[in-house]
Design a protein around this ligand. Structure first.
Ligand code: SF4
Length: 371
């Protein structure tokens, strides 16, 4: 059974009502268990759990250190293109936005590669807008071939592909995939994706599973917090992660939950997520899935990321630029404003000062092909 079939067993509004009906006794019951089930997960996501954050934090810290040690995997994104055929209402790359549109040339890819490599980064996440006609598999394979000798792990965050195309990417050296569903509510999904290929909810939802079938070593999932009622979306994100962990045990699954802080252009978020809400979601995911990777990007401030270090996070980006060619020269074609502007070195110093190890390399494609 696919995850889409699993998801269809639930009604978004029923789950929302269930989460909001949880009481302190349900939270205390969940906190008394080492392994929690779906009902407990809903209780810890609920407003009733907010007064228990300290207890949740201590537990989340203990579990994370047991499973991952005191480590933070460090990576950086490389934006290859901001050309996009879609009209996602919340995104700066929306095709209707007037921003400089860039597709990096081979020379520009080499330049960005050298800069990022010199920063000490060895895990790279390649990001594009969604324009398979202009930035398709041929372009991506060429980009991967240009840079792969400089990075030990190359992941992609691009448009959803067929299983055949994921296999093609895998055979050319891509070892991981990030694909955010944005929201698990089909009605809201249709509303915020009015046109373009991204409008197809099921095709996107199946992307991570097709990637896992192709053999990707890592899969990243996520929602955009604030598009929909965030506690309910987090419930489904937890189910999605659990589904992949159970069915594709060779693939390591991680999650991200970027949040909308303020309206972008004319877009009005359903709700604004504050720091306490954010921390509660992070802790709850850790208590639900002990082996889940949890990723916090530079979209969050330096001060806040420092505080999150001990609360269950396993992956953080550093030194990021969110426009194509931005490491060589910043311009206005950013997807979002980076809040944590520290260099990789400054970020790693902070991690060490807190008694953690920044992990710049934990993988080599040699392990895959033995060459
Ligand atoms: S979210 Fe992705 S698909 Fe949508 S407009 Fe932005 S880059 Fe394009």
């Amino acid at each position: 059974m696919s995850f889409e079939q699993e998801l269809d067993k639930y009604d978004f509004n029923d789950i929302k009502d269930f989460i909001f009906s949880r009481k302190p006794a349900d939270v205390e019951f969940a906190l008394g268990k080492e392994n929690i089930d779906e009902e407990d997960f809903a209780a810890l996501l609920s407003p009733a759990a907010t007064p228990y954050l300290e207890e949740m934090a201590q537990k989340a810290n203990r579990i994370t250190v047991q499973r991952f040690g005191k480590t933070i995997k460090v990576y950086a994104p490389m934006y290859l293109s901001n050309v996009c055929a879609n009209s996602c209402k919340y995104c700066g790359f929306n095709r209707h936005n007037e921003i400089p549109r860039v597709i990096l040339t081979d020379e520009e890819i080499r330049q960005e590669t050298d800069i990022i490599h010199n920063m000490g980064i060895r895990h790279i996440l390649l990001v594009t807008g969604e324009s398979p006609a202009k930035v398709g598999t041929d372009y991506l394979i060429n980009a991967v071939n240009i840079m792969k000798d400089k990075f030990s792990s190359v992941c992609i965050e691009v448009y959803p592909m067929s299983a055949e195309d994921y296999t093609l990417m895998y055979t050319h050296g891509v070892d991981g995939l990030t694909m955010f569903q944005e929201t698990y509510n089909r009605v809201k999904y249709a509303d915020v994706h009015p046109a373009g290929r991204k409008r197809d909810f099921g095709w996107r939802l199946g992307g991570p599973e097709r990637g896992a079938q192709a053999g990707f070593r890592t899969i990243g999932l996520g929602t955009l917090m604030g598009l929909e009622e965030f506690r309910t979306d987090q419930f489904f994100l937890g189910l999605h992660a659990g589904y992949l962990m159970k069915n594709y045990w060779k693939t390591h699954v991680s999650i991200s939950f970027p949040r909308i802080r303020k309206a972008s252009g004319n877009f009005q978020a359903y709700q604004i997520i504050d720091d306490i809400d954010y921390v509660q979601m992070l802790l709850t995911h850790r208590l639900f899935r002990h082996d889940l990777g949890i990723n916090v990007s530079t979209r969050e401030s330096a001060e806040f990321r420092n505080k999150l270090l001990r609360l269950g996070v396993t992956h953080m980006s550093a030194g990021s630029k969110t426009e194509p060619g931005g490491y060589a020269k910043e311009h206005d074609g950013k997807q979002f404003q980076v809040e944590d502007t520290r260099t990789v070195e400054e970020f790693c110093d902070m991690v060490r000062m807190n008694g953690y190890d920044p992990v710049l390399k934990d993988w080599d494609t040699y392990f895959l092909n033995g060459e």
